[in-house]
Design a protein around this ligand. Structure first.
Ligand code: AVJ
Length: 326
């Protein structure tokens, strides 16, 4: 059996949360499932594959910017620096900052916060190679993890929160404001926030990124159905659903849907429900908001930060913005 799918099944409490959320959100109109559920062990690997696709440019564009600006980012922050990455993926990005610090022999600690054990393991391995850098992984939601790390802090060093990869794009505008305010609330004046956010670009480029010709994003999206079959004993016929990406210009977001190819009924025993689909009815599985550069600055300012610097990758259209808590 593969190491991924052979891994222990998730703890009962997590399965119960998943079941409750599925039952509630599939009863909404339109039917929905929260995008955080895309990231089980297999889903995390599929996202990792997406990040290497030529059509999905966010990860590479951000890496390129980080390579150029990492010294500038850490230059103004007080030692010993604490880096907190929210949603660490494979840890390669925080590693670029750790590298910048380690080159100057500046001591630092890194806290990784992710709900995916796979992501934490990968990241801990990636960061293992730096001297002067201690690494702690937290399997937690962003909010829980932030609170935990902020509550433990001592001394005079600054904290730099990393919220990268356009993960902010999964939040609708009110939730993004609330979340940035919550980050600000856990920081002190002089601490930093490095925010990576994808920019609006022509529709064909957006659609190719979220509906790639290799079908990896389709697999990533349909894995939600496979996950419900695995964890909730559901009987979704994966072939009876199609992946769809749409650009919602009015709301400036790409939406991912799973569209029922025909009228059908699905049972989800561990969520205690039976769900009926009309032909063409869909489950809405993700929003990825896209921004104008000045909109990103405005979001940070509204949450109590000052924008210190913004770097833009002009080809892929992606922005890194360094904010400082006032
Ligand atoms: C990891 C949330 C930033 O929205 O671009 C990739 C996830 N979804 N392809 C994004 C994703 C479809 C990604 N984020």
């Amino acid at each position: 059996m593969s190491p991924i799918l052979g891994a222990a099944s998730p703890p009962d409490a997590l399965v119960r949360d998943f079941a409750n959320d599925v039952r509630r959100d599939l009863a909404l109109t339109p039917k929905q499932i929260q995008s955080k559920y895309l990231y089980d062990a297999l889903g995390s690997c599929l996202f990792e594959a997406i990040s290497r696709l030529p059509w999905y440019r966010i990860t590479r564009a951000e890496g390129k910017l980080l390579g150029r600006c990492s010294q500038d980012v850490v230059a103004s922050l007080a030692d010993p620096l604490t880096l907190i990455e929210l949603g660490c993926g494979s840890g390669e990005k925080v590693a670029m900052l750790a590298e910048a610090l380690s080159r100057r022999r500046r001591p630092a600690s890194v806290h990784l916060i992710d709900i995916s054990p796979t992501a934490l393991e990968l990241s801990e391995r990636t960061l293992g190679r730096f001297e002067h850098v201690s690494v702690v992984g937290h399997r937690a939601t962003y909010e829980e993890g932030l609170r935990r790390v902020a509550g433990q802090r001592s001394g005079n060093g600054a904290v730099l929160v990393l919220f990268l990869g356009s993960n902010i794009g999964n939040f609708d505008p009110p939730a993004a404001h609330e979340f940035l305010s919550e980050i600000r609330g856990s920081l002190r004046p002089g601490d930093g926030l490095l925010l990576g956010a994808d920019l609006v670009k022509p529709e064909p480029a957006l659609l190719a990124a979220y509906d790639d010709p290799l079908g990896v994003t389709a697999a990533f999206n349909k894995n939600l159905l496979a996950r419900m079959n695995r964890e909730l004993a559901a009987d979704f016929d994966l072939a009876a659903f199609a992946h769809r990406a749409v650009w919602n210009r009015e709301h400036s977001r790409v939406e991912m849907h799973l569209v029922s190819r025909r009228a059908q009924q699905v049972t989800i025993p561990k969520a205690d429900c039976t769900v009926r689909f009309d032909a063409e009815e869909f489950i809405w599985t993700e929003n990825s908001y896209k921004y104008a550069p000045e909109q990103i600055v405005a979001m940070g300012v509204a949450a109590g930060f000052r924008a210190r610097q913004q770097w833009i990758e002009p080809d892929a259209r992606f922005a890194l913005t360094l904010f400082v808590a006032e």
